[in-house]
Design a protein around this ligand. Structure first.
Ligand SMILES: Nc1ncnc2c1ncn2[C@@H]1O[C@H](COP(=O)(O)OP(=O)(O)OP(=O)(O)O)[C@@H](O)[C@H]1O
Ligand SMILES: [Mg+2]
Length: 289
């Protein structure tokens, strides 16, 4: 950090320098210089490809013969009742658990043959966020930047930007183990966004747990990232959010895809339904009378 400050010719007059002050100075200096933009790599199309996926837990079939593609520039909503198999699908997609059958590819890389490259390409927010409790939020984000080979100066500028977006300033030097669920979720999001866009994202219930402002900021950010070419798969129970955010939907029930398409396609295939909620209820046990 000190070396970087010297290279940038930031005047260091006092012997007792606070690390957070130095970081702020470096960020301000980089913003002033408008560092050259890193060329944004193009994503493979489809960026997410799941084929013939089956996942069994003993005799329980959690997911069966499941297909899904997400292209760059799309947000796809994975919706379905509790126990439908959404989290299981995302855990296979991100290489956390192995499929019983089928393949998953991320940015063209097979998750179980080219694991490192595939994992390197995807950002994941789990349903139950967990993280290293004895790192501070700042240490975690910089650790992620190092894993993803990001130059420190770029990481610092991005961290500052996303810390502002998610209003994390006062928690930057808090231990992760002390954060509330929503703030932990925000830190994990900053840990993803510190990397180079465009992103391939698998987000399991990312809105749930955020307060209204956090949710609004995340939705706005996801739309912008989508428009800039990221590929986003999002599981959610909040159908209002799904309708507003997603280009297409896959409705899961008991491990299978029971409906898919844009909202218009789904509505024209289900004449009795007036909105996504009614399509969903119709396909997953019927609309309650
Ligand atoms: N590790 C496991 N061992 C045994 N069964 C499991 C395991 N993980 C998931 N299951 C089962 O697989 C099915 C699908 O679970 P999953 O968590 O994927 O559902 P979901 O669609 O994410 O539900 P929710 O909306 O409640 O989050 C459920 O019946 C669940 O009990
Ligand atoms: Mg789930």
């Amino acid at each position: 950090m000190l070396r970087l400050a010297r290279v940038l010719k930031i005047p260091i007059e006092t012997r007792a320098i606070k690390r957070s002050w130095l970081i702020d100075e470096i960020v301000i200096e980089f913003e002033r210089r408008e560092p050259e933009k890193i060329p944004t790599p193009k994503l493979h199309s489809p960026a997410i490809q799941i084929e013939h996926l089956e996942k069994r837990f003993g005799s329980k079939v959690a997911v069966r013969d499941f297909e899904l593609k997400v292209n760059p520039g799309e947000i796809v909503g994975l919706v379905g009742p509790n126990g439908a198999g959404k989290t299981t699908t995302l855990r296979v997609l991100t290489g956390i658990i192995k499929p019983t059958k089928g393949t998953v590819k991320v940015n063209g890389f097979d998750m179980f043959k080219e694991t490192l490259r595939a994992k390197h390409s995807i950002g994941y927010i789990p349903e139950k966020p967990t993280c290293y409790p004895s790192l501070t939020a700042r240490e975690y984000v910089m650790f992620m930047a190092r894993i993803y080979d990001l130059p420190t100066e770029i990481a610092l500028v991005r961290m500052r930007y996303f810390v502002d977006v998610f209003q994390l300033d006062e928690f930057l030097d808090s231990y992760i183990g002390t954060l509330s669920k929503g703030n932990l979720q925000r830190v994990l999001l900053v840990g993803i966004f510190v990397r180079n866009p465009p992103y391939v994202l698998a987000l399991d219930e990312p809105i749930y747990g955020l307060d209204p402002r956090g949710a609004w900021n995340l939705k706005a950010l996801l739309k912008r990232l989508r428009d800039e070419g990221s590929a986003i798969l999002i599981s959610t129970h909040i159908l209002e959010v799904a309708s507003e955010l997603c280009n297409r939907f896959v409705i899961m029930n008991e491990g299978e895809a029971v409906g898919r398409g844009t909202l218009d396609t789904l509505l024209s295939n289900h004449k009795n339904a007036r909105n996504l909620e009614e399509v969903f209820l119709g396909l997953t046990g019927g609309i309650p009378q």
